[in-house]
Ligand binder design. Structure first.
Ligand SMILES: Nc1ncnc2c1ncn2[C@@H]1O[C@H](COP(=O)(O)OP(=O)(O)O)[C@@H](O)[C@H]1O
Ligand SMILES: CC(=O)N[C@@H](CCC(=O)OP(=O)(O)O)C(=O)O
Length: 308
């Protein structure tokens, strides 16, 4: 066989490997969290946008929830505003909240929408304030590390940081029916119209829950969840996650990620995956191949099966 025939047969092989997944996931919803750290290069951004357009073209309903932590950090630095995190959550005063809204609701959201549209999709960018669709309430962080020895638990005020109270699915269902791809910025609103900065992982998890999504896929900047030797853990259940949090192996930005993955699978989402957004076409590799990439989080005691 010539080289060109070899290539063609490779393509045919890849397509047939994808067939069972194409059939299984047709008309299902897949919620994709696109982390700020996975937006590193133009090549990666374009590969992400093409993957999303391809999912829609084959009859799957992708819903994108994006972050933008590093991008918020860059603008805060340019404006000389100091920032810090408590357990993966940015402490958000009023000044920081303005920057968060500018970066998440403006720059990053519209950039992703443009990329998807440029690649042939029809994306609509929204924050949780549009149509009041993400109802939020103030999040209080409870620390038991410093004060536990004194017998107390301290409530830390981290400013305009919210947690999701409820999600109105009307807008998302309407967009899906009209063939649009929703691109969601993680900003919520309360009964008084006050805005909240919500960790994007937490929004993605809740959106996956209320849409009864088939999968929640969290794209980040590591090969998945790593053990204390830096090796990728391919499958994790609730008990194993709790152990890794307790011994400090899972910390920082991975804490809200793993928590929302667990909550999602406990609430009926079939599978949650934490995968490497620095790999070109990571989404397609996870959804349409046997091996997948990254860590599968499951609610059952011992499951590390890929592509459930
Ligand atoms: N056990 C772990 N495995 C992998 N990453 C971890 C782990 N514990 C903490 N992390 C940190 O979590 C980060 C991912 O979270 P974050 O920076 O918030 O990413 P994103 O912007 O994609 O949400 C990793 O870059 C890593 O520094
Ligand atoms: C409360 C809180 O921490 N909000 C995040 C929102 C953006 C986000 O989650 O971005 P990544 O997914 O890229 O980390 C922040 O201010 O950075």
């Amino acid at each position: 066989m010539t080289d060109s025939n070899n290539n063609k047969s490779d393509i045919a092989h890849i397509l047939t490997e994808a067939l069972p997944y194409l059939q299984r996931f047709a008309s299902k919803t897949i919620v994709v969290k696109y982390g700020g750290n996975a937006m590193e290069s133009e090549e990666l951004q374009n590969s992400f946008a093409r993957d999303i357009v391809l999912l829609k073209a084959v009859g799957i309903n992708p819903v994108v929830v994006h972050g933008g932590g590093p991008q918020i950090g860059e603008l805060l630095e340019r404006l000389n505003i100091k920032t810090r995190f408590v357990d993966g959550m940015r402490v958000t005063d009023s000044e920081t909240m303005d920057v968060v809204q500018m970066v998440l609701g403006g720059l990053v959201n519209k950039e992703i929408v443009s990329l998807i549209n440029k690649n042939g999709g029809r994306a609509i960018g929204i924050t949780g304030k549009d149509g009041d669709f993400i109802w939020a309430q103030k999040l209080h962080k409870i620390s038991d590390s410093d004060t536990a020895s004194a017998g107390g638990r301290e409530i830390i005020d981290i400013g305009h940081v919210g947690e999701v109270k409820a999600i109105n699915t009307d807008i998302l269902t309407m967009l899906e029916k009209s063939d649009f791809i929703p691109v969601i910025a993680p900003i919520g609103v309360d009964d008084h119209g006050k805005s909240y900065n919500i960790n994007a992982d937490l929004v993605a998890g809740k959106v996956a829950e209320v849409l009864h999504a088939e999968k929640l896929i969290l794209l980040t900047n590591t090969r998945g969840v790593l053990d204390d030797n830096g090796k990728t853990i391919t499958g994790l259940n609730v008990e194993q996650v709790n152990e890794l949090i307790k011994d400090g192996t899972i910390h920082g930005g991975m804490l809200p990620k793993i928590q929302c993955a667990l909550d999602a699978v406990r609430s009926g989402v079939n599978a949650a995956h934490i995968i490497d957004g620095r790999v070109i076409h990571a989404l397609l590799l996870e959804i349409f191949t046997e091996q997948g990439v990254g860590t599968l989080i499951s609610s059952t005691p011992s499951s590390s099966t890929r592509n459930t």
